[in-house]
Write a protein that binds this ligand. Sequence first.
Ligand SMILES: NC(=O)c1ccc[n+]([C@@H]2O[C@H](COP(=O)([O-])OP(=O)(O)OC[C@H]3O[C@@H](n4cnc5c(N)ncnc54)[C@H](OP(=O)(O)O)[C@@H]3O)[C@@H](O)[C@H]2O)c1
Length: 248
Amino acid sequence: MAGINNANGGRKEKRLAGSVALVTGGSRGVGRAIAHRLAMLGASVAICGRDRAALERVAAELEKLGARAFFHITDVTDAKQVSALVAEADAALGSINILVNNAGIGLFGPAHEKTEADWDRVVNTNLKGVFLVSRAAVPSMIRRGSGDIINISSLAGRNTFAGGGIYCASKWGLMGLSGCMMEDLREHGIRVSVVCPGSVATEFAGSGPKNPAKALSPDDVAHAVQAIVTQRPGSVLSEIQLRTLRKA
Ligand SMILES: NC(=O)c1ccc[n+]([C@@H]2O[C@H](COP(=O)([O-])OP(=O)(O)OC[C@H]3O[C@@H](n4cnc5c(N)ncnc54)[C@H](OP(=O)(O)O)[C@@H]3O)[C@@H](O)[C@H]2O)c1
C-alpha cells in the first residue's frame, strides 16, 4: 500500500534538487531525521516502514518542507514487498539515486538466552533487509552510472560488549556487506558509505538510551548523511564513526 504527497515549497539550500532518495525506516527516529534533512536539501523523498499512520505523518512533514514525498508500507525482510517498494517509488518520484538503508531493530541480552526467532528477526532486518533493498535499487543506479548508498550501522558493528551478541553480529555483518558493496559498485560510479553512530536518543529497542541528554541526536546522524551525499563527486566518505564528544 502506498501514498504520494506532492508539494511545492521554498527553501534556501537545494543542493539535492532533482535527486530521489529512499530512506528505509523513515517513519521515526534516525530515519525520520535523515528524511527531513534530505528534503530540506531539495530531494524528493520516499520512506518505508510497517506503520501506516507514522509514515503518513512523516510524509506530511516532508511535504511541509517543500519536498515531493512518497511512503510505502514495507517490511524490508520480505523480498516481494521490497520489489514493490522500489518499483512504486520509482513510478511516483523517479529513479532512486540516494538509498539510505536505515531500518533496524535492537535486541539485547546474552545470545545464549535468545530464541532462533530472535536471531532471525534481528539479522533479517538489520542485514538481509539491506541486501534486499540494495539489490532492488542498484540496477537503475548502474544504468545511470551514479548513486549513493548509505548503510546505517553502529559502533556495535566495530565493537563487542556483553549482551550485544545478536545485534553486534548483524551490524558486524553489515560492515562486511557495506565494504564489499563499496568495492563492487565504485567502478559503476556508485558510492557506498557506512555510518556508525554511538547511542542515539530514539525509541530504539523499545526504551532508548539510559541518559538521552548524553546520547547523540538523530539530527547528528542526518548531518553525517548530508556530508556523505554532498561530498565532491569522485570521492567517497566510505565510513563515518560518530560519537558524543564527552563520554557519559
Ligand atoms: N538508537 C540508537 O542508539 C542507534 C545507535 C546506532 C545505530 N542505530 C541504528 O539506526 C537505525 C535506526 O534506529 P532508530 O534508533 O531510529 O530506531 P527506531 O526509532 O526504533 O526506528 C526504526 C525504524 O526502522 C523501521 N523498521 C524496523 N523494522 C522494520 C522492518 N522489518 N521493515 C521496515 N522498517 C522497519 C521502523 O518502523 P516500523 O517499526 O514501523 O516498521 C522505524 O521507522 C537502525 O539501523 C539502528 O540499528 C541506532
